[in-house]
Design a protein around this ligand. Structure first.
Ligand code: PGA
Length: 253
């Protein structure tokens, strides 16, 4: 089923105590103010996952996720974290293929396809990020690029596996820049993504897929973005670090 989701991506920010107190505020505000069936997800650093997952027990509207994981099940990979470890501390989601992972850590579609497998194999849901750079947009290469990111990263999955995936469209030029894609620009790509999914998995699966927008989404632009036919919510970086802003974005539906 297509869901309405607002996922926060804390990236490498917030100390432990600060993170816990912001998360507690989010839980309280969501309980008091958010009606309806939207899901809030907070993707925090690995070392906070267990504590956040404990706090969220019994709150069905809020889940916890990681920001990455290793592509192997287990083994001699010093310093790495596996999907199974993430699952074992109570998280339910993992962001994969964020543009910062692609850009700074050289993660390619082929590797991300493996990570997707290991995430799904451990009963976690991937929030799979795709999106073009400014150069790719200016060269009109972005539809082709999005198509390749989808086909190489996700389209090896079976129908049942694909049903667990959340897709996040994040134009790289909009991330952390304060430059948001216009609602029309975002809708155009979201519709294209859904069309590609329909061509691969059928219209019903495409209609059921949750596709989030990310890139300088904030309290001011969320409402217009979320009102687009193919935008089912947001992946929020900067604005997720403030409980009031994050919850106001959840309320923008
Ligand atoms: P931003 O980040 O909201 O700070 O632009 C979005 C993201 O990287 O997921």
């Amino acid at each position: 089923m297509r869901q309405k989701i607002v996922a926060g991506n804390w990236k490498m920010n917030l100390g432990y105590n600060e993170g816990l107190s912001i998360f507690s505020e989010v839980i309280n505000m969501v309980n008091d103010e958010v009606t309806g069936a939207q899901t809030a997800i907070v993707c925090c650093p690995y070392t906070y996952l267990h504590s956040l997952a404990q706090l969220v027990k019994g709150h069905s509207q809020i889940s916890v996720g990681a920001q990455n994981c290793h592509q192997e099940e287990a083994g001699a990979f010093t310093g790495e974290i596996s999907a199974k470890m993430i699952r074992s501390v109570g998280a339910q989601y993992v962001i994969l293929g964020h543009s910062e992972r692609r850009q700074y850590f050289g993660e390619k579609n082929e590797l991300l396809a493996k990570k997707t497998d290991v995430v799904l194999g451990n009963s976690l849901k991937p929030i799979f990020c795709i999106g073009e750079t400014m150069e790719e947009r200016e060269n009109d290469r972005f539809f082709e690029l999005i198509k390749t990111q989808l086909s190489e990263g996700l389209f090896h999955l079976t129908d049942t596996q694909f049903a667990q995936v959340v897709v996040a469209y994040e134009p790289v030029w909009a991330i952390g820049t304060g430059k948001t894609a216009s609602a029309a620009q975002a809708q155009e790509i979201h519709a294209f993504i859904r069309q590609e999914i329909a061509a691969k998995y059928g219209q019903e699966t495409a209609d059921d897929t949750t596709i989030l927008y990310g890139g300088s989404c904030n309290t001011k632009n969320a409402k217009e973005l979320f009102s687009q036919a193919d935008i089912d919510g947001g992946l929020i970086g900067g604005a997720s670090l403030k409980s009031r802003d994050f919850v106001d974005i959840i309320k923008a539906f």
